[in-house]
Ligand binder design. Structure first.
Ligand code: CU
Length: 157
């Protein structure tokens, strides 16, 4: 007969507790390094409202009425220029936004509803449901090329 009937189960319990802690710790490390990999840009320049598209084919800027709001439907005016400053008046533009650290997108489907002239496009239906780091991507097609421009935003609740 086992002289210490409780010894063995307790030892097993302790081992499984240690195993759980080890798993939890490795999970935490993995989460931290993943977060570091997709962390928001640190340079203020990355939050500029004027940026070049990925291959430099377009110079794009946006503006809103006042500060970009959280929790409220609003519009953006997007301005698309050639690198030499000529307005791009015939662009097709797809819009998408998301929070890379939260793995979710926008609660709405914003889209370009009209060209206002001079390379300015009205983007309606924009809504950010929370503060934090957001990216807004515009895929701009004109003159036989499609290029993406990405804006970073740091929104306060
Ligand atoms: Cu979020």
């Amino acid at each position: 007969m086992n002289p210490h009937p409780l010894h063995s189960p307790r030892g097993a319990q302790r081992r499984s507790l240690l195993l759980s802690l080890a798993f939890a710790a490795s999970g935490l490390l993995a989460a931290c390094s993943a977060a570091a990999r997709i962390g928001p840009p640190q340079s203020p320049a990355d939050y500029a409202t004027e940026r070049d598209s990925a291959q430099g084919g377009f110079r794009v800027s946006y503006r809103t009425d006042g500060a970009v709001p959280v929790g409220r439907l609003h519009a953006w005016t997007l301005r698309v220029l050639r690198p030499d400053g000529t307005p791009v008046t015939d662009a097709t533009i797809a819009v998408d936004g998301d929070m890379p650290q939260h793995l979710h997108g926008l609660p709405t489907r914003p889209r370009v509803t009209s060209h206002l002239g001079q390379g300015e496009y009205l983007v309606e239906g924009v809504k950010f449901q929370m503060g934090g780091w957001w990216v807004m991507d515009f895929d701009i097609t004109a003159g036989g090329r499609t290029e993406r421009v990405r804006f970073h935003l740091q929104l306060k609740k």
